[in-house]
Structures are given as structure tokens and as C-alpha cells.
Design a protein around this ligand. Structure first.
Ligand code: CAP
Ligand code: MG
Length: 411
């Protein structure tokens, strides 16, 4: 029986020939043993020495432990371990984020980051639109985008949804979207909703206001491309996919459909099930990298420590992964969402910079003066931050912003 050491710590290796993962590990074992358990389980091994493991199998396909830094181990998987044409992201995830989470030897393990060699990354086309494409569609070259989520989350008819969108656009918003749980319920059939919203967007356009609304097409894998094409033919200018519940392959399939000519807004509902625990699961960063490879044009990254959702420093890394120059893919529009209201807009822009889509659901629909005034207040907050004027000062001559600050305050 042969058994091998997967330890290659300190040895030089060609980073562009491996998928390199960083795992945070909580274990009672010596950290080297825990790292061996992960490297073995996720590549060539099993829990014992085996007679079928030839030297060259290990040398070619065995994962390598290339670094240990405190509780973080770095494991490099040879490019050849991956089945890219047939297999795609599902197979990648089975390697880098698969069985290891169930290993009894580990109390906790968290995939913190992953990097791909150019040979794999280049197989993915990345966003068709990204930051520049979305900005171009909106005629807004520099200012942060400012959007809303139609609220209540569910329950509005197509007509009421379209009215909401028209009011939001009239107040100056550039973006709106369906909420993540709305698809095609009886109270708001997707065809009727898409057509009604398209009329609102056309009317806004005639009035000189360009706006996108992302229609949620999250559905089964065998239907999503057809649904994307359908909503586009009904007038949708953007589609939305819940990437965790639908899968990365769903985003990729829609992005790579040559008939689809609209950007994809990617929502991350359910990510908290595995991103929230600091010692177990998967951080948002690998998710962001995969969404970008698969062709998501805009992605929720959190509110950089100032909204209702947990995040903070991690959101900054997500922002970087949307905008950096990785593999020549177009950049992804980072979306700051979740508990946003006008009083925290300047903090978000301070943390994110100008390439960000700031959106508020409750922070628009909850305005005492209604949706249009709520949208106006959000737009004013963005304008104030863009011009470097404190929101309270800007609000002195702007009653909509004043009312929002009075209701929700600033942070
Ligand atoms: C925002 C939102 C989004 C969250 C999810 C919501 O609404 O539509 O789903 O942004 O969080 O329903 O909460 P509000 P994340 O503006 O009313 O909070 O973006 O972090 O995935
Ligand atoms: Mg939502």
C-alpha cells in the first residue's frame, strides 16, 4: 500500500498551472494533518493508503499544500484535476468546496479565496456589459448608480409594479429590480409585469430619463434561458438571477446565450447560509470571482459595513474582485443593498468609490412622501456625496432629502 505526503510547503510552484485555494481551518489536529486531510479528500486520496495509487497519479493530480499561515492553509490543485468543457463550475466547486466541509477531523473549515490559472479563467467569457456597458445603457458615465427594489417584496400587481417603477424613475433613479422571491406568482405574472414595466421605462425614456429594471427570471435550469429570451421579447432591459439558488451554470447559460442582449443583475440570496460563519463555509469572495467568470454584470456585494446585512471588511474584498483587472474580464457593477437609506449613502460612496450601484427598497418606499419623493431623496443623497456636500447641508433646500434624514437619520 502506498501513502504519500501532500506537503509541498516552501517548494516553488507555477501558480499559473494550479487552482490555488485558501482555507481557514479549525481543528484539534496539528494543522499539517488537517491540511493533509483536505488535500487528500479533494484530490487523489481517501482516508487510507490505497493499492491503486500509482506514483505518477499522485505527482500529476495530487493537491499540494503550498503554505500554512496560522490557521490558514493554502492548497494548490493541478489544472488537470478540472473538467472545464464538460463539468464547468459545478465540477470546480466539487473540488475546491466539496466533501471537505463534512470531514470529521475538522471542527470547521472555510474557503476564503480561490484563484484560477489563466488556462481555466480564459475559458470563461466574463460579463458582456459590466460596469461600462451598464453605464453606457444608462448614459451615466461617472456618478454612482442609484436604484430601488420594488417593495413590498411580494403582493403588488403588474400595474402597481409598473407604477412604482415609473415613480422611482421620475424621482431620478437609474435602476430598479424585482425582489428575489418574486418570479411568476399568480398576483403578478411575469409576462404582464415585464410588459407593464417596459411601458413605464419607455415613458420615462420619452421624458428624458434612462432607467433599467431587472426582471427576476430565477427558475429551473432547463427553463431559465428560454425565460430570459421570453422576458427580453416582452421588453425587459435587464434580467435578474438568484445565483446561489439557481446555480452559477444558470448565470453562465444566460450570459452565453447569443440571443440575450441585456445585462444580468445577480442577487445572492441564501449566501448567508455559508458566508456568515467566520469559521465554516465559503466566503463571498470566491462567489464573486465565479459570478464574474460566468458573466454576471452586476452583483450584490454588501453595504461595506453600513447597511442592515452583515459584511464590512469582507465586502471590500468583494468590491475589489468586481473591479480588479483579473484575467481581462470586464468588471462587474458592485451593488450595495440591504437596509440602505439616504443618510448612509455618503458612507457607502466613501467606502466604495464611484463605481457602485446603491439601491434602497425600504429606504425609498418608506419615505413619508411616497416612492417618487423617496427616489428623489436617494438621488439627492448621491448628488450631495458626489459633490462632496454633507447630506444635512444639501437637505436645507431639498425637502425630500430633509424628510428622509428626519425619518431615518444619518450614520
Ligand atoms: C434590499 C433587499 C435585498 C438585500 C439582500 C432586501 O431591501 O431587496 O434582498 O439587499 O442583501 O430585500 O433586503 P431593503 P444582500 O433596501 O429594503 O433592505 O444585498 O446583502 O445580498
Ligand atoms: Mg431583496
Amino acid at each position: 500500500m502506498k501513502s504519500y505526503s501532500y506537503m509541498h510547503k516552501g517548494e516553488p510552484y507555477d501558480e499559473d498551472a494550479f487552482v490555488v485555494c485558501k482555507y481557514r481551518v479549525a481543528t484539534d489536529l496539528p494543522i499539517e494533518k488537517a491540511a493533509e486531510a483536505i488535500a487528500a479528500e479533494q484530490s487523489t486520496g481517501t482516508w487510507t493508503g490505497i493499492s491503486t495509487l500509482e506514483d505518477d497519479v499522485f505527482l500529476k493530480y495530487g493537491a499540494r499544500i503550498v503554505g500554512i499561515d496560522g490557521d490558514v492553509v493554502t492548497i494548490a490543485y493541478p489544472e488537470e484535476d478540472f473538467s472545464i468543457e464538460v463539468g464547468g463550475i459545478p465540477q470546480i466547486l466539487s473540488v475546491v468546496a466539496g466533501n471537505l466541509f463534512g470531514l470529521d477531523a475538522l471542527k470547521g473549515v472555510r474557503l476564503e479565496d480561490v484563484s484560477f490559472p489563466s488556462g481555466i479563467a480564459k475559458k470563461y467569457k466574463g460579463p458582456k456589459f459590466g460596469v461600462d456597458g451598464i453605464r453606457k445603457a444608462l448614459g451615466r458615465p461617472e456618478k454612482p448608480l442609484v436604484g430601488t427594489i420594488v417593495k413590498p417584496k411580494i403582493g403588488l400587481s403588474p400595474k402597481k409594479t409598473a407604477e412604482y417603477v415609473y415613480e422611482a424613475g421620475s424621482g431620478g433613479l437609474t435602476n430598479s429590480k424585482d425582489d428575489e422571491t418574486l418570479v411568476d406568482q399568480a398576483f403578478c405574472p411575469i409576462e404582464d409585469r415585464t410588459k407593464a414595466v417596459a411601458e413605464s421605462l419607455d415613458k420615462l425614456k420619452e421624458e428624458g430619463r434612462l432607467m433599467l429594471h431587472a426582471v427576476n427570471i430565477s427558475t429551473n435550469g432547463d427553463k431559465i434561458v428560454e425565460l430570459a429570451e421570453d422576458v427580453q421579447s416582452w421588453g425587459a432591459k435587464q434580467v435578474m438571477i438568484d445565483v446561489i439558488t439557481c446555480g452559477f451554470a444558470a448565470v453562465q447559460a444566460v450570459a452565453e446565450d447569443p440571443k440575450i442582449k441585456v445585462p444580468i443583475h445577480v442577487h445572492r440570496t441564501m449566501h448567508g447560509a455559508f458566508t456568515k460563519d467566520p469559521l465554516h463555509g465559503v466566503s463571498m469572495l470566491p462567489i464573486t470571482r465565479l459570478v464574474r467568470m460566468c458573466g454576471g454584470d452586476a452583483l450584490h456585494i454588501g453595504t461595506l459595513g453600513v447597511g442592515k446585512m452583515a459584511g464590512g471588511a469582507a465586502d471590500k474584498s468583494n468590491l475589489g474582485a468586481c473591479l480588479d483587472a483579473e484575467h481581462g474580464h470586464k468588471s462587474v457593477m458592485p451593488v450595495a443593498s440591504g437596509g440602505v437609506y439616504p443618510g448612509i449613502v455618503s458612507d457607502i460612496i466613501k467606502a466604495a468609490g464611484l463605481d457602485v450601484q446603491i439601491q434602497a427598497g425600504g429606504g425609498v418606499a418608506g419615505h413619508p412622501g411616497g416612492v417618487r419623493k423617496g427616489a428623489t431623496a436617494m438621488s439627492q443623497a448621491v448628488d450631495a456625496a458626489y459633490d462632496g456636500i454633507p447630506a444635512a447641508k444639501y437637505a436645507e433646500s431639498r425637502p425630500e432629502l430633509k424628510a428622509a434624514l428626519d425619518k431615518w437619520g444619518s450614520k
